[in-house]
Design a protein around this ligand. Sequence first.
Ligand code: ZN
Length: 168
Amino acid sequence: MKVVGDLLDSYPMFGLCLVHAHCTLEPGEIMLASGHVSEPVLLTDTVKYYPERWTSAGRAYKFRTEPTEQPPTELVSCFRAAVGELYEVLGLYYAGTGKQIHQLERTEGRRNVLEDFCDANMNVERLETNWKDFGSGNPVTMTCVIFCDTTTTRSGGYHKNTKTHYRQ
Ligand SMILES: [Zn+2]
């Protein structure tokens, strides 16, 4: 993982993520983040969306309403080589230029809601899902509250439909 960390530290606009989803998408839907809320949206001509997360193969699987940048081709190829056998579970996310703070993601039905992590969340069962700034010694930038089934498929970053993370 040190190779991955060193690689990403030289591309500060991108971070490492666990490729997973909290719900199953229906045909025509994408997972779209707007502000602190992500939810499935049926694509229409009027929906504006930009890729925010990519599999190690460079395929976008999550989107947001604000513009992003594509990971450079050399980053994707080096990343793919660096993750080795973990290529199905590790991906890239667009972090932008702002300071990254640790956020907590909760599932509410098919919506995922982000909040800033605070000490009150310390004992909540959660899974680390985003990392950045590996040289800092404190790279975690997101944890998910509910246990995420990280099984993915070759074609996408979707869970098996086991609903282990619908616990409310
Ligand atoms: Zn999650």
